[in-house]
Design a protein around this ligand. Structure first.
Ligand SMILES: [Zn+2]
Length: 330
């Protein structure tokens, strides 16, 4: 109820602003119209800032000082915006048997609501640049500006906006740890099951932060900040949650992003959404970069995946689409 009032009030403010030629500055609290669905205004500069802050900590690889500092910053920021923040600590095992500790971070908005939506991304970055063109870099960690920080940056901006929205639905933003530490390409012994990836989501989906937690659908963001943004309908998502994926693609098309959310070039990705679908039974899609002729994007798992890969407009496109997907049901 309160949200609807806010929308009406904000719409009235916009109308007044439109009549007042002296009022030109965009107001973060303004409600904008994306083909009828009203959402808070996504700020691309803010999202970009959130990506850069993560990168500035250094590679967020398992049990590093950079990871710990970044985790504390994420928790602190989300606590300032969300109703409740859960930190789920766990121990898992890397491909080589090494035990590592991880932290899943869950920020919940409108905790009373039973009608809930899940947005997720991973906040760790890869320990090895195993696809770097220079073999000397294959055992160096990556910055993960696109592969990790971009999705989190978009979701932190969503969190900032949600603080002032008393919505009917609840929203849970889940930041998974240890997504990107699967067997390196230089290791001869392969793990065909690929269950050494997505360790944080595997843990969360089998140990939900709240017993019997449910969301009606989930959207995972991974590599969503590249300057040449391109998504295809990832096959696992289509298998588990085709109606969600088609709906999100329809929203993108209506917003004028049909050239980014494309229909061609199906791919299949091992990512956190697999485990959310498999263990938690929440229909979840993956919005993940799929450049033509490459693995995801040209700098995937290389030392070049740094802040120079990131385009503010790309973050904004993804932010707008997921906001509309949420607010369309308000
Ligand atoms: Zn990765």
């Amino acid at each position: 109820m309160k949200n609807k009032c806010l929308i009406i009030m904000a719409a009235a403010c916009l109308l007044l602003a439109a009549c007042n030629k002296n009022k030109t500055a965009a107001d973060d609290s303004a409600i904008v119209n994306y083909n009828e669905v009203k959402t808070p205004l996504f700020n691309a500069d803010s999202a970009y800032h959130f990506v850069k802050v993560q990168c500035d900590f250094g590679p967020r690889v398992p049990q590093s000082k950079a990871a710990e500092n970044c985790a504390q910053w994420l928790i602190s920021y989300l606590k300032s915006k969300a109703d409740t923040v859960y930190v789920q600590e766990f121990t898992s095992e890397l491909w080589n048997g090494e035990k590592v500790k991880g932290k899943n971070i869950i920020a919940s908005f409108n905790i009373e609501a039973t009608d809930r939506v899940l947005f997720a991304s991973h906040w760790d970055s890869r320990l090895w640049a195993d696809h770097d063109p220079n073999p000397d870099n294959h055992k160096k960690p990556i910055s993960g500006a696109n592969d990790g920080a971009s999705g989190v940056g978009v979701l932190l901006e969503v969190a900032r906006l949600m603080k002032d929205c008393n919505t009917r639905q609840g929203l849970d933003i889940v930041l998974f740890d240890l997504e990107d530490q699967g067997t390196p390409a230089w290791e001869e012994e392969k793990n065909e099951e690929q269950n050494d990836w997505c360790l944080g989501s595997q843990f969360w989906a089998q140990n939900l932060h709240i017993p019997y937690y449910r969301a009606k659908y989930g959207i995972l963001l991974d590599m969503v900040g590249y300057k040449e943004l391109r998504f295809t309908k990832e096959m696992q998502s289509m298998g588990y949650a085709s109606s969600i994926m088609n709906n999100v693609w329809n929203i993108a098309r209506d917003l004028g992003y049909g050239d980014i959310f494309t229909d061609g070039g199906y791919n299949s990705v091992m990512d956190d959404h697999i485990w959310v679908n498999h263990y938690a039974n929440i229909p979840t899609i993956d919005i993940v970069q799929n450049s033509v002729g490459t693995s995801f994007f040209p700098h995937w798992h290389t030392t070049q995946d740094d802040i120079s890969c990131i385009d503010k407009h790309s973050l904004e496109v993804v932010g707008k689409v997921i906001l509309v997907s949420f607010f369309a049901a308000e």
